[in-house]
Structure formats: C-alpha cells, structure tokens
Design a protein around this ligand. Structure first.
Ligand SMILES: Nc1ncnc2c1ncn2[C@@H]1O[C@H](COP(=O)(O)OP(=O)(O)OP(=O)(O)O)[C@@H](O)[C@H]1O
Ligand SMILES: [Mg+2]
Length: 342
C-alpha cells in the first residue's frame, strides 16, 4: 500500500474547464500567450503548478514520525498547521494520520470529519481503551489522509484520566498497537499543558511549535520547553523540539520580521525556512470542511504549507532544503492577504 501511493503520477488537468478541440485549421503557430495576468489567472496558474507538484512525491521516513503540534498559547495556528501539513504530506504520497486531541474538535471540522457526541472518538481511546483503529476515519478528498476525531466528551478527559492507570501514556500505548502502516502521525494539541498535551508529548518523538508572528510571540514558550524537558527526562527520552514554524506572517509589517528574527536567533536551525503568510484562504477553508490545499491549491497559503511539508520531509531524511524555494511570507501585492492587520 505504501509503495502504491508513492508512485502516483502527477495529477493531470487540475483546472477543469472547456477544452479547445482541434478544428483541423492551423490557426496560429505563435507561442501561446501567458495565462491571464489577473489575480484569478495567476491563482489558476499557481494551482496548476501546485497540483502538478503534488504527485512528485517526497522521501518517506523509514519509521512513522509522530509529530506533536503544541503551544499552550491559544490561536497561534496549531490546528491550521496540523491539518494543512497533513494534507500536504498526503498529497505528496505519504500516509498520514491526524489525531485531534483538542475537545474543540477544530481539526476534525477542518478535515470534514463528523465529530458529534455519538461518534467514536479519541476520548474512547484514551479513557475506555478502545483501539485506535475503531475511531480512525478516512478524510474525504485527500487520499492517504486519516483522522481520529475529537468530540466534546474530551473536555472531561483531563479529569477522568487523573484516576486511570498509566494516565500519561495511554495515547502512546494506543499508537504502539495501531497496525496500519503510516508515514506520519500529527497530533493537534489543545492550548494548555494538561494531561492531554502530556499524553501527546509521551506518544511523540518530535514537537512542532507554531509561533504566530505577533508581539508576545515567545511569551510562555519557556513553560512549554520545560514540559518537553520533563517528559524527556522521565517518560520519553526520544522527545525533542524538531521544528518551529512561523505562522500568520505579514510581510508588510516590521513587527513580523522583528519577531521572525528574534525566533530565528533564539531557536536557530529548528526554525523552518518557510513561513506561513497571513491569508484569507487559510482562514476560510475550515468553514467548508476543507484544508487550504483542496480549497484553493494555488493560494499563497496552500503553497507555503506545501513548501513547509517538503522541508519537514526532507529534513527527516537528512536532505538539506533548497531555501530559494522557501516562502518567506506574503508580499504586499498578494491578492490573498488579509487587509488591515491588527
Ligand atoms: N496563516 C493564517 N492566515 C490567516 N488566518 C489564519 C492563519 N492561520 C490560522 N489562522 C486563523 O487563526 C485562527 C486560529 O488558528 P488555529 O485555530 O489554527 O489556532 P490554534 O493554535 O489551533 O488555536 P487553539 O489554541 O484555540 O486551538 C483561526 O481562525 C484560523 O483560521
Ligand atoms: Mg486548535
């Protein structure tokens, strides 16, 4: 199954529309004109390029990489990053599972996965020891992408877990006995450092911290890093912060580049060269139960998540990344930029 996905060829004809049938008359021998130089034309061109590259494939990790997307600060882009990176990796041919560990269930919503109260969910896995395989659902629209949804029940799990045996390692155990072959597991954490996040940190090898390019970006990170150290010291020696991703980067503001510089000085090589621009398309996609990769594949948001996924996949196999490809943030004339950043 793994190899099948990897040899999928590039998608053809990604932009549906009327085709020009040959009339038999050689109308013109001229080089065809460039695509319409309008925002829609440019977006269509980018979509063709992005989808064309989707089937190009990326090196797969030898073993499943379990990546914990965490930051106890709310609204920094954890869920957005989880679902869009997961979709990008799957579109590149990987098999990817998203575990939604936030009672809000935002990752489940964004992936178009039903998560009303009766749906078997990650709560059943953590609290009732239900096998992970019984709650995982395939994500519509993206082959190779799966989701273990969160329902509102999970809100009570922080308290219910306290009295259970091996309360910190229940997710780790569930993943260990999950038999489906996977290249990546991405875990979307809630904005807190309670038992749910601790379960994720015990289950993973890598921590990915999204940092929003705003004032106070680094505040509170020390606490997260101390928790990572504690879990590494006592419960999971393999755990390390492998990746920092700058999100909601607005190239028009000096603040964004100041924050980016500060983060790069502080964390060095862990910071991905690609950063994610603030983009309307990224924020719209979840309301259609989609990732930005399927909602608007040519948008700057989709392209930047695509590129970040490439960087993560290449780093994972020790291949250096060609930084000339990196999206360093949306430019002033980007039609997808949010107007008026606060
Ligand atoms: N690059 C972006 N451009 C524009 N809007 C964005 C971008 N990234 C995230 N958002 C929006 O910002 C809000 C917060 O993002 P998200 O839900 O991913 O953060 P979070 O860290 O998961 O939040 P929480 O801590 O509540 O779980 C959402 O409305 C999302 O659509
Ligand atoms: Mg979230």
């Amino acid at each position: 199954m793994r190899s099948d996905a990897n040899i999928a060829g590039p998608m053809t004809d990604p932009v549906p529309g009327p085709r020009t049938e040959s009339t038999g008359v050689d109308v013109s021998r001229e080089t065809p004109p460039p695509m319409d130089d309008t925002p829609i034309g440019r977006a269509a061109q980018l979509a063709v390029e992005a989808l064309g590259r989707a089937g190009e494939g990326l090196p797969r990790p030898e073993q499943t990489r379990v990546i914990v997307v965490a930051n106890q600060k709310g609204g920094v882009g954890k869920t957005t990053t989880t679902v869009n990176l997961a979709a990008s990796l799957a579109l590149h041919g990987a098999r990817v599972l998203v575990i939604d560990l936030d009672p809000q269930g935002n990752a489940s919503t964004a992936l178009g996965i039903d998560h009303h109260a009766e749906v078997p969910s990650i709560y059943d896995v953590l609290v009732d020891s239900k096998p992970l395989a019984e709650v995982v659902q395939p994500v519509p629209d993206v082959e190779g992408l799966f989701c273990a949804p969160a329902t509102i029940d999970l809100a009570g799990a922080e308290i219910e877990l306290v009295s259970l045996v091996a309360r910190e390692s229940r997710l780790q155990r569930a993943i260990q006995v999950y038999e489906q072959p996977l290249d990546y597991i991405l875990i979307d954490c809630p904005p807190s450092l309670g038992l749910l996040t601790v379960n994720a940190l015990v289950a993973g090898q890598e921590v990915l911290i999204p940092i929003q390019c705003e004032y106070y970006a680094l505040e509170g990170l020390g606490q997260l890093l101390r928790n990572v150290d504690l879990v590494r010291g006592h419960l999971n020696p393999a755990l390390h912060v492998s990746t920092i991703l700058l999100t909601m980067y607005d190239g028009r503001t000096r603040l964004a580049s100041q924050v980016a510089d500060e983060v790069r000085t502080h964390f060095g090589d862990e910071v991905l060269r690609t950063s994610i621009p603030r983009s309307v398309r990224i924020s719209e996609a979840p309301s259609y139960g989609q990732t930005v990769l399927t909602y608007d594949p040519g948008s700057s948001g989709a392209l930047s998540y695509f590129e970040a996924a490439r960087e993560i996949a290449l780093r994972g196999v020790g291949v250096s990344y060609d930084a000339s490809q990196a999206h360093i943030g949306a430019q002033q004339n980007d039609p997808n930029m949010v107007e008026g950043v606060q």
